[in-house]
Design a protein around this ligand. Sequence first.
Ligand code: PGA
Length: 258
Amino acid sequence: MATKSKKQILIAGNWKMYKTVEEAKAFLKTLAPLIEGSQAAVYLAVPFTAIHPAVTMIEQLKAPITIGAQNMNDASEGAFTGEVAAQMLKEAGAQFVILGHSERRHLFHESDDFINKKVKRALLEGIQPILCVGETIKQYENGETLEVLKQQLVGSLAGLNKEEIKSLILSYEPVWAIGTGRVAHPDDAQSAITSCREVIAEKWGKMVAQKLTILYGGSVNPENAKAILAQKSIDGLLVGGASLSPQTFSQIANIYKE
Ligand code: PGA
């Protein structure tokens, strides 16, 4: 039985629209030795252009880093100028894809229905989705967090079977905490994530809900990461700003280093 200090955690970086191919390669060269011996599974969601070069670089470095994408289209292919299909990501070497990130929901007006179609497409093509859910500051202040999480989960995961739910990752990311420096209180993050598990349990059973990997994201840094990870229901972190420096990102990934 894993103790808290040894718990298996997943630390995922989300680079957003940062880093050229050369910057990505330099980052990985610096990061690889820094995370040697880390207990964490390390994921990095890089820009589309950096996926293939990053995968090639981690193969050369023999580094245990999983590379993924930050978005994709729901169609298999077609006349969708500027979009990218799951199969293309897979061929480039992406093993996971972030879907439903609040920046996609709010800046690009993505609905739960559209996100649901993307989740289904990703699963069909064998790419692991990291589905993000989270409430806005207004919804938080109005006490609507649980209602919003339920709506986003039920909508984004509609029509999925138990096996499909088991193969994905969730991330609770309160919109008011993303890029603001205002991290959620660990107790609040724990309570929101417990609620996510309850929603999953209601529809797909307790076992599925308990085993599901659920991350917290929003202003995570090396100083606050440990207190959040100490929460029972939280399996890892989705890190934006602090994933752009190999030093700060490795400090987070190394929290449970041997
Ligand atoms: P942040 O971003 O860590 O910069 O707040 C988190 C995210 O957007 O996933």
